[in-house]
Design a protein around this ligand. Structure first.
Ligand code: FEC
Length: 311
């Protein structure tokens, strides 16, 4: 057996090419193919941002490499990082199988999303546990890390930087609002006491406090196009309210995400930016975490802590 502890780094996944969008969308929809209209609409959104390159692919590669480096610095030779994606290859099950093929017997699972929901991180973990059980790997989960001091510190710095840029663009003395946001989920998560919403508010409050921002609110983004109700208000609605209240500038902090991908590059940078422009307000988005050393250390700390707890 391999004495190293496996680290299954899980991320959302993205198509490999424009031709791969249909298969990807079908996987997200649990095997139901999208209608031609739905497919055309999603293809248009990718077309608007990616130009044939799907940034989430490289971003996830770089974050996995960054985590391996941070773990090697903390505990040389002890950990081996593997990738498992929710909706693209290598799938979560492929990542677990790769660990098993290398003789790994114990592993930590961690998702590149700081906040826990049964419908997000919980779904990743369920699939990883099922495959790990099948292949005889003991898998310990990192459920969330939304209040890790290094994560908060990295976000505080980004909010401060973006706020300074926004003050300059909007003109000094103008009323400014910070909008923290994350991916919406079906509103029924509220009925099951899901921690997602509370965790997102905790991160937002801690970051606002650290950055000295007092005028802020939390809003949702990127809700799915299904018939059931999703958590709101959506950022596009919130922008209208904020403009109506007389604000001249908005800082966008999509703290539910950790890298640049469709939900940031399209939903914020194109869609929300266009609405802000129409409303005559400035919108500045914070830089995403990417491979910020503080984020890599956050992940490495959580892996080490989980490993100490059980192995
Ligand atoms: O750049 C990329 O290629 C991928 C960007 C991307 C990220 C992402 C993150 C999250 N999602 C979450 C939940 C849902 C639920 C549905 C859903 C649907 C989509 C569709 C696309 C998509 N998501 Fe996603 N998500 C990304 C992309 N997501 C494309 C399909 C078209 C659409 O509805 O826009 C609805 C599924 C259904 O129909 O039943 C629910 C959550 C996250 C954040 C946590 C995480 O990263 O796992 C939650 C990035």
């Amino acid at each position: 057996a391999n004495p190293r502890t496996g680290v299954l780094v899980m991320s959302y996944g993205t198509p490999e090419s424009m031709e791969g969008i249909e298969e990807y969308y079908t996987h997200i929809r649990r095997g139901h193919a999208p209608t031609p209209e739905q497919l055309a609409e999603l293809t248009e959104r990718y077309d608007a941002v990616v130009g044939g390159v799907f940034p989430l692919r490289e971003n996830t590669n770089r974050q996995a490499e960054g985590l391996q480096a941070a773990l090697d610095a903390a505990a040389p030779g002890r950990y081996a990082v593997y990738q498992g994606l929710k909706h693209a290859r290598p799938y979560i099950e492929d990542g677990v199988a790769a660990m098993a093929a290398d003789g790994v017997k114990q592993a930590i699972g961690i998702v590149l999303a700081p906040h826990f929901s049964t419908m997000s991180v919980g779904g990743y973990m369920k699939r990883a546990q099922e495959k790990a059980g099948e292949l005889g790997i003991a898998l310990q989960e990192v459920e969330s890390y939304h209040m890790h001091p290094k994560l908060i510190e990295a976000l505080v710095k980004r909010v401060k930087d973006a706020y300074a840029e926004l003050e300059q663009k909007a003109g000094s003395g103008q009323p400014l609002k910070a909008l923290f946001s994350a991916h919406s989920l079906p509103a029924r998560i509220r009925d099951i006491g899901d921690p997602y919403e509370r965790q997102l508010l905790e991160t937002s409050a801690a970051v606002a406090d650290g950055a000295g921002v007092t005028d802020w609110q939390f809003t949702w983004q990127s809700a799915g196009r299904t018939r059931e109700p999703w958590l709101g208000p959506d950022i596009l609605e919130t922008l209208k309210e904020v403009a109506k209240a007389g604000y001249k500038g908005v800082l966008s902090a999509p703290i539910g995400f950790v890298s640049e991908h469709l939900e940031v590059l399209y939903d914020i940078d194109i869609e929300a930016q266009a609405v802000a422009k129409e409303l005559g307000i400035q919108l500045v988005r914070i830089d995403m975490l990417g491979t910020d050393p503080l984020y890599m250390e956050t992940l490495a700390d959580c892996v080490e802590q989980a490993s100490r707890d059980v192995f």
